[in-house]
Design a protein around this ligand. Structure first.
Ligand code: U2F
Length: 444
């Protein structure tokens, strides 16, 4: 590896759960295209790397390297997604440090998932810059940075309906919209503690990158710019580099081609969540009653989990598959509404497709995303009562697909779509910020 030593060499730390490692790898691949004199070591679990890198990849400049999962010998997954996360967090930062040492190479900088606040300390030890990348939106970022202030003003388990009007742009956001662990829920979980530390450390980073664009939320972006040295909105990054998993083996696009404009319901809940059985049943009943055509990306066994014979009865209007090329699906003209859990990648892709949303958030910052979509941006709704019921879902579907209000939402999200495209265009803000980042890592 002698030749690599003459180049700059950057360590990248990925968070190997949910849709976190893929956006970080997309960023690093794009950086490496623009900065050919820089090589990267991509530290991640072997399993996550296995799903991200294919045999045909050129590993020369972005090299996958394994870190320990922290799982005990003989561990078998018991069904709680938080469990492997907690083991992993316990193994940090020692696992990353060990893997760095194992390369036998010096490092000139560290780029990490923003979660990994401890990278600031590692970077200080070896005297290199640290650039964290936040893979969700600007609002949760501000909430984590201002967590102590929020706790002081609202109080632990304070009134749920209190608004956060003391934060710029947050007058429509209520305490109940905050992620778990800020003022309620598991305040002392390893995850909540990590996010708290993250909020304290990010202002000390050399630059903070985010998978978003400035024009989506100017007031909040301004507030964040005042807290960080270099706040770099470089997204929606998926517009710069195509999704890592985007094959269409079930021919969703062929199926969508058979339907009229803005008529199809697309349903998907990201990479972690399957709604509970009674909600799946309610959603299925609503789809059947409305008779809108639907495409459903279903995690789990649809035969077992959906009402008996539902698939048979709806086979002329519905397509259920285990995975879709979601960005392409949401960009298809026949999709009229996205029923989503409001993961940040899904929200971004819906904006890029110009598709209004019906939101059923589950965990992390999804509730905050939902509230923002509905009450700040105005291009989506929640389901009545916050959970899928047959009647509440029918109401939301009809509103978006066949009312004047729904049409207005489509127009509104179309405006954001244009802003997103412009941001990554030749004169766009995200392009300028990305170029700054390329320059920064080339010089570090
Ligand atoms: C966590 O997000 P999730 O993985 O649960 O959900 P998303 O952020 O929405 O990302 C899902 C991605 O998977 C893709 C889809 C998104 O890019 O296009 N996908 C697909 O291509 N085909 C499918 O059939 C289904 C999904 C977390 F839960 C969120 O709260 C965070 O906002 C997010 C980012 O940090 O990570």
């Amino acid at each position: 590896e002698a030749r690599e030593i003459s180049r700059k060499h950057i360590a990248v730390f990925a968070f190997p759960f949910a849709t976190h490692a893929a956006p970080v790898l997309s960023l690093v691949r794009k950086l490496s295209e623009s900065a050919p004199d820089v090589s990267f070591s991509f530290f991640n679990t072997a399993q996550s790397n296995g799903s991200l890198f294919s045999k045909d990849d050129d590993f020369e400049r972005v090299k996958p390297r394994s870190v320990d999962t922290g799982l005990p010998e003989g561990y078998t997954f018991g069904g709680n997604p938080q469990e492997p996360v907690n083991y992993f967090l316990k193994a940090t930062p020692a696992n990353f440090k060990r893997a760095m040492a194992d390369t036998g190479l010096p490092f000139d900088g560290i780029i990490t998932d923003a979660f990994f606040w401890f990278a600031k300390e590692i970077a200080e030890e070896i005297r290199v810059p640290w650039v964290p990348y936040f893979t969700a939106g600007p609002r949760p970022l501000l909430v984590h940075v201002d967590m102590d202030d929020i706790r002081a003003r609202i109080g632990i388990n304070g009134p749920e309906d209190q608004t956060l009007d003391f934060l710029p742009g947050f007058s429509a956001i209520r305490a109940e919209d905050l992620p778990d662990g800020i003022i309620s829920g598991s305040l002392d979980s390893p995850f909540a503690k990590m996010l708290h530390k993250m909020g304290q450390m990010l202002p000390h980073a050399s630059a903070v990158a985010i998978n978003s664009f400035e024009e989506i939320d100017p007031i909040v972006v301004q507030a964040l710019k005042s807290r960080f040295s270099n706040f770099l909105n470089i997204g929606p990054f998926i517009l710069r580099s195509p999704p890592i998993y985007d094959s269409d083996i079930h021919d969703c696009i062929g199926w969508l081609n058979q339907h009229p404009k803005s008529s199809v319901v697309y349903i998907g809940f990201g990479s972690v969540i399957t709604p509970p059985p009674h909600e799946l049943e309610a959603l299925a009943e609503a789809l059947e009653a409305c008779e809108f055509p639907f495409l459903w990306s279903f995690r789990g066994n649809a035969e077992e989990m959906l009402p008996k014979e539902f698939r048979e009865r709806t086979k002329d209007i519905g397509m259920i598959v285990p995975w879709t090329p979601q960005l392409k699906v949401l960009g298809h003209p026949s999709v009229g509404v996205f029923v989503t859990h409001c993961g940040w990648n899904s929200v971004s892709e819906s904006i890029i497709g110009g598709v209004p949303m019906i939101c059923r958030p589950f965990f992390a910052e999804q509730k905050l995303n939902q509230r923002t979509v509905e009450a700040v941006w105005g291009f989506g709704v929640d389901v009545e009562g916050g959970k899928f019921t047959k009647d509440g879902t029918i109401q939301a579907l009809k509103m978006i697909l066949s009312s004047e209000k729904g049409k207005l939402m489509r127009e509104k999200i179309g405006v954001f779509r244009e802003l997103a495209l412009k941001a990554v265009g030749p004169d766009g803000t995200s392009t300028a910020n990305f170029n700054f980042l390329v320059d920064f890592i080339t010089r570090c």
